[in-house]
Design a protein around this ligand. Structure first.
Ligand SMILES: C[S@@+](CC[C@H](N)C(=O)[O-])C[C@H]1O[C@@H](n2cnc3c(N)ncnc32)[C@H](O)[C@@H]1O
Length: 322
């Protein structure tokens, strides 16, 4: 059955806007931080899409190349008649390659926190894959507990591309892999795209593009706070900073205050020193082995990994009986 509207995951009634609560909490501590999931409103998702086309942003090109080359081998691991569940689907560009390579997939479940962007993409998918059941789910995949009812009886394959797993702290990545295992079920195959540690120069350029799109993506977080929470951030008074932290094997993104200033939002005043930053994202870089060790410790058996030396795509199997 093809659904016309996205399922909104149920959450308990709340009196406090969770976005507002997370922003105030993150800006009230030292060092200041904001959770990266809030990058993705409609404007943020569109900016991320632009990032994926930048010459400096090798991860998308690399992963697309791997999926095109090894798509048939990857999808041959999927259980017959399965539902493909994608965590953080974005524009579903990569899923389309797998869906074309896998005749045996009967349903596609794109999950994303960016609801408007997800809806638009689902409409395009329905047009391009008229025989596939598409069940979009607007949800935070870090708190989701089960798959939508429409695919409860189907075997499942999971997909988590874009190295979104690198945005978690390693212990959170392990927790997410366990949660995904519970959602996908015993016997499921999980295809995960993971960026690899490499030359700091290549990494630096990927997050500091000449056109300044990554800077706009980072600053959109403050623009979103202004739009949705009535904040008065002056975007001209903050700068995009991205650098490689070799000790932690991660790219860090920050927004640095160019001067001493006060910002008001939600009846709260936040003070910034000149040069003080808001830490907005980490992107951890793994080796093939270090990711496989993480997966093994989270209930998944590595089956195979494909790489072009820059990026890796892993196939994992859920072996634990849940
Ligand atoms: C790095 S982008 C990857 C997009 C796409 N899968 C790709 O590979 O190009 C991360 C995606 O995950 C979504 N996302 C981030 N955090 C999320 C969360 N906690 N729950 C659900 N979706 C999330 C974003 O909206 C965005 O579409």
């Amino acid at each position: 059955m093809i659904m016309q509207t996205a399922v909104r995951a149920r959450r308990p009634p709340e009196t406090v806007n969770p976005f507002a609560a997370d922003v105030i909490a993150g800006l009230s501590v030292k060092p200041k931080y904001l959770p990266p999931k809030y990058f993705y409103d409609l404007a943020g998702s569109a900016l991320f899409e632009r990032i994926t086309h930048l010459p400096e942003y090798y991860p998308t090109r690399s992963e697309l190349g791997l999926l095109q080359k090894y798509g048939p081998a990857i999808t041959s691991l999927f259980p017959p008649g399965c539902a493909l569940v994608e965590f953080g689907a974005g524009a579903s560009t990569k899923a389309r390659i797998l869906l074309r390579a896998a005749a045996s997939v009967e349903a596609y479940v794109p999950i994303d926190i960016s609801g408007d962007f997800l809806q638009k993409d689902a409409a395009r998918l329905r047009r391009d894959f008229p025989h596939l059941a598409i069940h979009p789910v607007v949800a935070d995949f870090t708190t989701m507990l089960e798959p939508p009812a429409e695919i409860a009886a189907k075997p499942r394959a999971g997909f988590f591309p874009g190295s979104t797993i690198g945005n978690f702290e390693p212990h959170e990545a392990a927790g997410f892999l366990r949660r995904a295992g519970a959602i996908l079920g015993a016997g499921a195959v999980f295809v995960v795209g993971v960026d690899l540690a490499k030359s700091p120069d290549i990494l630096y350029r990927a997050y500091n593009d000449e056109e300044g799109v990554t800077a706009k993506f980072n600053l959109n977080l403050l623009a979103r706070i202004n739009r949705e929470l009535g904040g008065n951030f002056n975007l001209e008074a903050f700068e995009h900073h991205a650098f490689y932290n070799a000790e932690r094997s991660r790219i860090e993104m920050h927004l640095a205050s160019t001067k001493r200033q006060k910002v008001r939002l939600c009846d709260t005043t936040i003070e910034f020193r000149a040069g003080e930053t808001i830490h907005t994202e980490n992107s951890y870089k793994y080796s093939i082995d270090s990711f496989q060790v993480l997966a093994l410790g989270s209930g998944w058996s590595p089956i195979k990994a494909w790489t072009d030396g820059l990026f890796s795509v892993h196939a994992l199997r859920m072996t634990e009986d849940r």
